[in-house]
Design a protein around this ligand. Structure first.
Ligand code: SGN
Ligand code: CA
Length: 512
């Protein structure tokens, strides 16, 4: 093909040249997906946050497109990554909950990009229960959740090595080292799998206390009573009860008790102990709080650690962008910043994710592709993480296999308006009881409504008008005046269940 001829010519012409892009690479863009863990869109400047210091993520949005309704189809880490990798729903790709073993021998985005001429790599957090195997040309991942300090990495020869330092910096180093060493005659697809900002939110030492002067505004739903929402009533993920003072918020934490602190070296432990023992614990002990005041104090501490952890994440994104500039790769590299799902920052009184409610259903998603995607543009259409793989295949000029369930949103990125309501996004969450007692549920999100069916222990419907009630406090499912809306949405839900071949959900509906 022409691309091959160009590639050969390109590699002859630029053999050994470090900074020049090959003509082939000019036709097929490089792709970098930086996927963080539990980084809420509410905590990003470009999404309207006035407190967070995220200049580099904001830079991406300024130079690219920001998605305001990018949804996940199962709001939890491993399953979300599996949806991204396969372009298929959890019940089809086989990875429904975090305790599973993901089948890496199935058709996946990296393999399809390989066929289209790409070299591929995954570096950082993977968390899919199995190793990447042959799925990527190169990989270096952390076992399970990984550690913030001095993390272990497993490489392709199955060797586990402890690397001294802070996880986000180490991942950037490994990513740029691979970029340096890659075969420069081919375009690349690199996934940077970040650990930040996952629980227990351990900031980099230079960021300890970065937000101590900030009084974070309490979400209006912080003291939600969950009326009319039995599943929300039943969960175990409130800041007040489920968030632990010692382990999560480092109050009077015994650094010899928890593995994440035991791994620290003497100077790291000293910095942590100075800050958390002498400052945070002292403050806690002086105040002698209880009840609502204690819940608010915990929320403030949670926010301070969470935002401080994100500082390093943003700085490292800046490092990657600078690397691309320095290597003259920025122009022909699509950079995507996304998280594996959204996260609660005190809304409904919660941390964590899982529910098909806005904060955990939506994930940040920003795309920069100079010259192709309009700088500073906003996409409001509802799309989902099963659409990422077909979109990237589309951009790479590769054919999208018919069994991929997501649809390419490349036309939206090019600014093409559909003029129609968006196709409803289907959702299905499984993990129960799990660590946070969120009852299994499935449903659809349209431009205006979210319809949810809880099943298993709790069996009932929830309906929200997300336009009028974005905080989703009023469950409209049993209101008489919404009977026609329910009928219409249930029909749409059944269509989605049948189109995506979700047999488990089909059974639930059949037995109603
Ligand atoms: C751990 C966390 C949970 C979290 C899951 C899944 N507890 O179990 O709070 O929901 O991971 O997170 S912890 O005390 O061990 O941190 S996920 O992002 O990997 O899906
Ligand atoms: Ca996650």
């Amino acid at each position: 093909s022409i691309a091959c001829v160009l590639a050969v010519l390109g590699s002859i012409k630029f053999l050994g040249s470090k900074t020049k892009e090959t003509p082939q690479a000019a036709a097929q863009p490089n792709i970098i997906v930086i996927i963080s863990d539990d980084h809420a869109y509410q905590a990003i400047g470009a999404y309207g946050n006035k407190i967070a210091h995220t200049p580099n993520i904001d830079r991406l949005a300024k130079e690219g497109a920001i998605f305001k309704n990018q949804l996940v189809t199962n709001s939890i880490c491993g399953p979300s990554r599996a949806c991204f990798l396969t372009g298929k729903y959890s019940h089809i790709n086989g990875y429904k909950a975090n305790d599973g073993k993901f089948n890496v021998d199935q058709q996946m985005l990296p393999g399809l990009l390989n066929k289209a001429g790409y070299q591929t790599a995954w570096i950082g957090k993977w968390h899919l229960g199995t190793l990447p195997g042959k799925a990527f040309d190169h990989w270096e991942i952390m076992p399970d959740q990984g550690f913030y300090y001095n993390p272990d990495f497993i490489g392709q020869s199955n060797d586990t090595t402890r690397t001294e330092g802070y996880v986000t910096n180490i991942i950037t180093d490994k990513a740029t080292q691979w970029l340096d060493a890659r075969d420069k005659s081919k375009p690349f697809f690199l996934v940077v799998g970040e650990k930040a900002t996952h629980r227990e939110w351990l900031p980099e030492i230079q960021d300890l206390g970065a937000y101590d002067d900030v009084d974070f505004p309490l979400p209006t739903t912080f003291f939600d009573d969950y009326a009319g929402r039995p599943a929300a009533q039943q969960q175990y993920m409130t800041i007040a009860k489920a968030m632990q003072l010692d382990r999560d918020l480092k109050v009077n934490v015994d650094f010899n008790e928890f593995i994440l602190y035991k791994r620290m070296n003497a100077s790291q432990r000293k910095a942590f102990s100075e800050y958390y023992q002498q400052k945070v614990t002292k403050d806690f002990e002086q105040k002698k709080l209880s009840g609502k005041a204690l819940a608010i104090w915990k929320y403030q501490r949670y926010m301070k650690d969470y935002y401080a952890t994100a500082n390093s994440l943003d700085r490292n994104i800046g490092q990657i962008l600078n690397y691309l500039d320095k290597e003259q790769l920025s122009k022909n590299t699509i950079v995507i910043y996304a998280s594996d799902q959204g996260f609660y920052l005190g809304e409904h009184g919660w941390f964590d994710k899982r529910f098909m409610y806005e904060e955990s259903l939506k994930t940040p998603f920003i795309v920069r592709y100079p010259g192709k995607v309009k700088a500073g543009s906003t996409v409001n259409n509802i799309v989902a993480n099963v659409d990422w793989a077909p979109t990237l295949l589309d951009v790479a000029g590769a054919k999208v296999p018919a069994d991929i369930q997501g649809k390419s949103f490349w036309p939206l990125l090019k600014g093409i308006k559909t003029g129609k309501p968006d196709k409803p996004v289907y959702y299905h969450y499984y993990e129960y009881p799990g660590p946070h007692l969120v009852n299994p549920h499935f449903g659809i999100r349209t431009n205006q409504y979210t319809l949810i069916r809880f099943y298993g222990k709790l069996n009932y419907w929830e309906l929200y008008d997300v336009k009028k009630d974005p905080n989703e406090l009023k469950n409209l499912a049993d209101r008489k005046e919404f009977a026609p809306t329910m009928t219409d949405l249930k029909k749409k839900l059944e269509i989605a269940i049948s189109e995506y071949k979700d047999e488990e959900a089909e059974q639930v509906i059949k037995n109603l």
